[in-house]
Write a protein that binds this ligand. Structure first.
Ligand code: ADP
Ligand code: MG
Length: 729
């Protein structure tokens, strides 16, 4: 019986002991990147001229010459075989949350009756997986199943187990992107070009601007036995029912608390594996909610950081099982406590330093700092709805707008120092500037403390906060591929910078000195971006009203938020920066709506089943027991006395009936709502129907199930409760 199962798994979970992990003998700095075909390995395993060419490809974006492909593949194979590798796979990021791979062996016939290990350049460079079952939004019909994966040489190849993993892009036969990597790489190219052109005003020697990403991955751990006894967790990644635990996060005793032994071994394990794969893990700690934790590496170039995050998520899921855990990456596995996000720390840097870093010594450096802050904010302001779209999903929707994570309105927190600085620049008297040649250019900027990083107040409610030398995009979901947010942000910033340069150049052409021209445009833009700056409490109702007045996107329905991708300003921006075409945007939106629908559909199905065949039977049985008891009391005692004795039980019997009727009636309604929605052809309209008619019923019914949980005999309750899921480790 199910109830017995619950008590049994609770017992099992309680008894589980830490799985001890033996750290490697070497220091982390010594085993870092052990399983990565990085430059060091290239130097060792490739002919000198091939190595040089590869460096040019990686560092300067030179095209990957197919002529060297065979030699690169040969070197890789040699290195990999020394590690016992027998297979290779193209590893790509389709438009689902995860990654995909199909393994092939190195072995080929030697045509002498035996086998040999082979790995030719063409296998490294390109593959043609039958990709018809990956989401494509109508770009390819199923009979045109071909899709190509092609190696992205800027993402290093690595080894997991017996397999050589080759990070690739994934495109359709007709050239449209079917993944996150292609548009991300285009966005990074666009922001490099646009930012380099602007940086040259200040530092003419700069050749390249790199976009950086430092992600902070939040996650929950749940004991494996308890997880297995929760079909909702297994199927949807979150609990669809479960009453608050008496104790949850109100004591603030989990955040930064000491890490439980079982968890610590898990963390040690994933960090060692991550470091060996070249992921520069640095920080680990408990998070706010019970059983919630965080892992953060040091920031890296954005494309690499995205690969590393995808890889990290799969390592976490895999290694958790070894330790008797399940790792939950869902944005909101538990109601009533914090959800999980993935802060995306973003900045731009040149070969000479970080562009968003607190200003340098000269006026020109200060002006550069202000320029990049302001133009980033302009991008965020112009595309605030779109940026919200870039992080929106059926799962992240539970987090955004709830009273804990960033609100469902994108705004930016700057802190006092930078806000004062912008005020000052806006009011400064441009005409009073003395511009006598480059050297004596002076702009009266207040000096900005070197320690700005530690000075920026921590405003946890802001979805896009300036934190000293970077912006922190906090609305990204824990389960998401960061590429979605990063490609949108980087292309929006590229657009703002292109536009900035055009306007500055026009003034210069009209005879204005460079510095004055820049200052004039910056001041114009400071005025323009005011509505996106908000230093107050993002959770307050006043802010919602104020944000609407400022014209910021306040929509909360995920299917409608996706509309932002097809707004004229978004299409124009993506086409101008050559990141995505109108056609690709449309196809991607089809996928977003379809995915949204499927997620709610699965939740609704499993929830209905749980209600009808887990909860109702148990509750009815308990109710019968009470009825039985009342009958017996009536047999022993007479009239009023019997009634008095049975008063409480009669009350509970009635309450149970009320909750039960609500549940049964509304599960029926929910099934009907699904039927109606399923008939709708348009993916957009269908997703809207799921959002408006199915999802609210899930919430409404849950309330009654959770009430029943507090009434029914604990021994009879079939599903592990919050106090068990969250506190047993
Ligand atoms: P917190 O939790 O206080 O926000 P953490 O130290 O946990 O900070 O994580 C901050 C992340 O930001 C790390 O990945 C760090 O490497 C990254 N980071 C620091 N400076 C920059 C920068 N200039 N650009 C991008 N990421 C950065
Ligand atoms: Mg952070």
């Amino acid at each position: 019986m199910a109830a017995k199962l619950r008590l049994q798994v609770v017992d099992e979970a309680f008894k589980r002991r830490p799985v001890m992990v033996e750290a490697p003998k070497e220091r982390p700095s010594e085993y870092f990147g052990k399983y990565v075909f990085n430059k060091q390995k290239m130097f060792k395993y490739l002919p000198a001229k091939v190595y040089k060419k590869m460096c040019d490809v990686i560092d300067n974006g030179a095209p990957f010459d197919r002529v060297i492909a065979d030699e690169v593949a040969e070197g890789m194979k040699k290195w990999a075989m020394e590690l016992g590798v027998t297979h290779y796979t193209h590893w790509f990021q389709p438009l689902t949350e995860g990654t995909a791979e199909k393994h092939d062996g190195f072995v080929e016939h030697d045509w002498k009756g035996g086998m040999v290990e082979e790995f030719e350049g063409k296998l490294l460079v390109q593959q043609e997986p039958d990709a018809s079952s990956f989401p494509n939004g109508g770009i390819r019909s199923t009979f045109e199943a071909r899709g190509y994966t092609a190696w992205d040489p800027t993402s290093p190849v690595f080894v997991i187990g017996d397999t050589l993993m080759i990070p690739t892009i994934f495109i359709s036969y007709t050239g449209e992107a079917l993944d996150y990597k292609v548009p991300l790489k285009k966005a990074l190219y666009a922001v490099d070009k646009a930012a380099t052109a602007v940086v040259k005003y200040f530092n003419p020697e700069v050749k390249k601007v790199v976009s950086n990403l430092g992600w902070e991955q939040e996650y929950f751990l749940v004991d494996e036995s308890l997880y297995a006894a929760r079909p909702d967790l297994v199927m949807t990644g979150r609990t669809l029912m479960g009453h608050d635990s008496a104790k949850n996060q109100q004591m603030d005793d989990h955040y930064f608390g000491s890490i439980p032994a079982r968890v610590e071994e898990f963390m040690k394990d994933i960090e060692i594996q991550a470091l060996e794969l070249g992921i520069p893990c640095k920080t680990r700690h408990n998070e706010v909610a019970p059983n919630q934790f965080e892992l953060a590496p040091i920031f890296e170039e954005t494309n690499l950081a995205v690969d590393h995050n995808m890889l990290m998520m799969s390592i976490m899921k895999r290694v958790a099982r070894k330790h008797g855990f399940r790792c939950l990456l869902h944005e909101k596995p538990f109601k009533g406590i914090n959800g999980s996000g993935k802060h995306n720390n973003w900045s731009l840097s040149t070969d000479t330093g970080i562009l968003l870093h607190a200003p340098g010594k000269t006026s020109l450096d200060n002006l550069r700092f202000v320029t990049f802050i302001v133009e980033t904010l302009k991008a965020v302001y112009n595309h605030n709805g779109l940026l919200k779209g870039s992080i929106m999903s059926a799962t992240n929707a539970h987090r955004l707008g709830a009273n804990e994570a960033p609100p469902a309105i994108i705004s930016s927190f700057l802190g006092k120092t930078v806000t004062d600085l912008l005020d000052h620049v806006e009011k400064a008297d441009v005409d009073a500037l003395t511009v006598v040649g480059k050297k004596s250019f002076k702009i009266d900027l207040p000096s900005i403390p070197e320690l700005l990083i530690d000075n920026t107040d921590r405003n946890r409610t802001s979805p896009f906060a300036f934190t000293g030398n970077r912006f922190e995009f906090r609305a990204v979901g824990s389960e998401a591929n960061c590429a979605s947010a990063m490609l949108t942000l980087n292309s929006a910033v590229a657009e703002a910078l292109i536009d900035f340069k055009e306007r500055v150049d026009a003034l210069i052409k009209g005879g204005e000195a460079k510095e004055t021209a820049i200052l004039k445009i910056v001041r114009e833009d400071i005025k323009y971006i005011r509505p996106i700056i908000f230093n107050g409490n993002g959770y307050s109702d006043e802010w919602k009203a104020e944000a609407a007045k400022r014209g910021l996107d306040c929509e909360t329905s995920a299917p409608l938020i996706f509309d932002n991708y097809l707004k004229e300003s978004s299409i124009k921006m993506f086409e101008k920066t050559k990141v995505m075409t109108h056609f690709e945007l449309e196809a991607r939106n089809e996928i977003k709506w379809e995915t949204y629908t499927k997620k709610i559909q699965i939740e609704s199905r499993i929830f209905g089943d749980l209600c009808l065949n887990h909860i109702i039977p148990v509750v009815t049985k308990y109710q019968s027991m009470l009825i039985d008891n009342v009958h017996k009391v009536m047999g022993i005692f007479a009239g009023d006395k019997a009634h008095k004795i049975s008063k409480e039980n009669l009350y509970i019997i009635e309450m149970i009936s009320e909750h039960e009727s609500f549940i049964i009636e509304n599960v029926e309604k929910m099934v009907e709502a699904r039927k109606v929605a399923n008939k709708i052809e348009s993916e957009r309209e269908k997703a809207i129907a799921y959002h408006d008619t199915v999802a609210p019923l899930l919430e409404a019914i849950r309330y009654h199930v959770d009430k029943l949980e507090t009434i029914v005999d604990d021994e009879a309750w079939p599903l592990p409760k919050y106090r068990e899921l969250l506190f047993i480790r």
